[in-house]
Design a protein around this ligand. Structure first.
Ligand SMILES: C[S@@+](CC[C@H](N)C(=O)[O-])C[C@H]1O[C@@H](n2cnc3c(N)ncnc32)[C@H](O)[C@@H]1O
Length: 215
């Protein structure tokens, strides 16, 4: 019997290791680390909404593995009529920051590929133009940011802004988007929600429409 061993790439170049500390965690270690938080990630109550922030996201290896586990737990534990909305809430709970353009792009693409794979397995006519897919792209673009975690600035020099995607009580599948800055996560007086644009409550599959409060 022949055994094929596929080497995982953990370095892109020595220069990048020196300049950016870029060494990727191998998949088996990612899995071992996520096993340590499997209660929050897939076994416990409210697992879909448990929040993860990867401040040095690399090519998205942790982010994708987290999404993978959440999606499989959704499949195992929830009824199929809520899978579309819950898969979007799962995406909305995962945040990342990455300095380098190519890694950032790889992370975004890998998250969307994971999301599409999940839906394609259950719905062969799943369309890239569907609202679910548009919302997924929008959430990934909002949550996975190209920037510098240490300075709190994105690649354009603007303050890194994230959004909470808060479930609306007694209204399944709906969300309230609340922007805040990364910097405010570090401050003792809390999130700076009030200084940013406010959004209307909407279905999570329509967040890409960005309807403003009061519109
Ligand atoms: C050691 S790699 C880890 C990647 C991934 N977290 C993993 O464990 O495989 C560090 C990553 O952080 C990025 N990085 C370095 N400094 C950063 C900073 N100040 N803000 C955001 N990302 C940064 C690098 O570009 C690189 O992709």
């Amino acid at each position: 019997m022949t055994t094929l061993v596929i080497e995982e790439r953990i370095l892109k170049s020595r220069d990048r290791v020196r300049a950016y500390g870029e060494v990727f965690t191998p998949r088996h270690m990612v899995d071992q680390m996520l096993d340590l938080v499997s209660d929050d990630l897939e076994d416990g109550p409210d697992f879909v909404d448990k929040t993860f922030l990867e401040p040095a996201a690399g090519d998205g290896n942790f982010l994708v593995a987290i999404l993978h586990r959440k999606l499989r737990a959704i499949e195992r534990r929830l009824s199929s009529d809520v899978w579309a909305d819950e898969s979007l809430f799962a995406l909305a709970s995962i945040y990342g920051i990455e300095l380098l353009e190519d890694n950032h792009e790889e992370a975004r693409v890998a998250m969307l590929d994971e999301f599409v794979d999940f839906h394609r397995q259950h719905n062969t006519s799943f369309s890239p133009d569907s609202d679910v897919m548009r919302a997924a792209r929008f959430i990934v673009d909002t949550n996975i940011v190209r920037g510098n975690t240490l300075t709190g600035r994105d690649w354009r020099g603007d303050e890194i802004q994230f959004s909470w995607w808060t479930r609306v009580a007694h209204s399944p599948g709906t969300v309230q988007r609340e922007p805040f800055s990364l910097a405010s996560l570090r401050e003792s007086n809390g999130f700076d929600f009030t200084v940013y644009e406010t959004y209307a409550v909407c279905r999570i599959a329509r967040v890409h429409e960005e309807v403003r409060a009061g519109a």
